[in-house]
Structure formats: structure tokens, C-alpha cells
Design a protein around this ligand. Sequence first.
Ligand code: ADP
Ligand code: MG
Length: 242
Amino acid sequence: MSLLEFDGVNKYYGETHVLKDIDLNVEEQEVCVVIGPSGSGKSTLLRCANRLEEIQSGEIRLDGQSLSAPNADINYLRQQVGMVFQSFNLFPHKTALENITLAPRKVRGVPKGEGNQRARDLLADVGLETQADSYPNQLSGGQQQRVAIARALAMDPKVMLFDEVTSALDPELVGEVLGVMRNLAEGGMTMMVVTHEMDFAREVGDRIILMADGHIVEDSPPKKFFSDPDSERAKTFLSKML
Ligand code: ADP
Ligand code: MG
């Protein structure tokens, strides 16, 4: 059994068939990088794994438990699947620390002292120990995104999903966020990462998934993906990127 399993998953938006018979197993501690052209279904794939979107057929399982069944315990499962988006979505009127402690306190009843200590530890992990009392508008985009990562980690998820988390950042801020993700990967976090950062994909990814038109058209280790992919789609994709 893999930690996160997509089994014959189909997703439609109205008439539009967006995910087509997706089979994908993500192993514990694996970093699965998802790339592909705009509109190919990358965000939808992640959103379905967090039950932000419903699927029409197939099943998604976390640790063997159905995420997609109508009677799934969504609140419990969402705690297990952390997600970070392109837009940081921090609560603007709460400090970095409060952004991180809110969900553990509300959803899990974590006591204040314990929650604050954990949040400070997480802020230190993302290099922001001195910014606990800063509000989002006092932080750079890269700092805000690192708070957003810490906030997701505060729920102790089993898997972390990252959807183009550096795409909205000024170029000089991209590295600090990728560095946090790299540390997380090295610490053994299971991750699905949608990104355009090919150096990150190559160096941190265990597998590269190429999506095109709702299908997974290549699923290879980075070395193979970038040097000798099986599919024509991957060859074309790479030639356009270089
Ligand atoms: P990607 O992240 O790879 O750019 P998306 O998963 O966002 O792709 O989108 C896949 C397809 O689904 C696109 O054709 C997009 O227009 C469509 N789509 C995405 N979200 C919605 C939505 N909420 N309603 C209708 N169509 C959507
Ligand atoms: Mg997207």
C-alpha cells in the first residue's frame, strides 16, 4: 500500500473532462514533482487529493482510507493533507504566530502554550523565528509563503501538496521558499509538488510526473525524465523548455 493512491480517477467540470483515468501511487517519503502545460490538470489533481474538488469516478486513498468516498471524514482527512497555494492566503489581521496556531487550536483544541511553542519551532524551521509577531503585510512574499508552509505543517500532515508556490514571487525570493521545501523533503516529508522550477525537480524530486490534457503521459525518475524520457510528449515538453 502506498501513502497516497489515485485509482482510476476521473474529474469533470461540467462537460469538461479534466482528469482522465488517473492512476498514481505516491510512496511514503517520496517527492513527486508534477509538471505540464497550463490547463493540463495539475492543480485539479492536487485539489482532488485535498477534497477541495469532488471526483466523478475512481478513488483517492490516504493510508488506505478513502478520501473521496461520500462518507469520508473530510475534516480528519484534510488535517492529514497539507496544502500550500500560489497565493499565500494568510489571515491579514493575524500575526505569523497566530496564523500558525489558529487551526491547531480550533480544529484540534491544542492548548495555547503548546500551540505557541510548536508555532515558534515551526517558524524557526522555516527561518522566521524573529518574525513571530509580524503581520503578513510586514513580510516579503517569500516570508509569507514560508509562514504558509509552517501553517500547513502545524497540523502534522502525512503529505504536503504544493501548487506553484513560488510562481507569484519575485525571482530573488524563490530560493528561500524552495530551500524550505528541500529541507522538508530531506526530513522525509511525503510531497506532491507542482512547479516550473526544473532545478528543484531534478535535484529534489524522486519522480517527475508529466501531465498533458488530463493524462499522466510520463512518470520517470528525474535522471531519466530529463535525459531519456519514454514519451514523445515529454520530449516535446523538454525541447520547448530548453
Ligand atoms: P493546470 O493546473 O495544469 O494549469 P487546472 O487543473 O487548473 O490545470 O485546469 C485543468 C482544466 O480544468 C482547464 O481546462 C481549466 O480551464 C479547467 N478548470 C479548472 N478549474 C475549473 C473550474 N473551477 N471550473 C471549470 N473548469 C475548470
Ligand atoms: Mg495550476
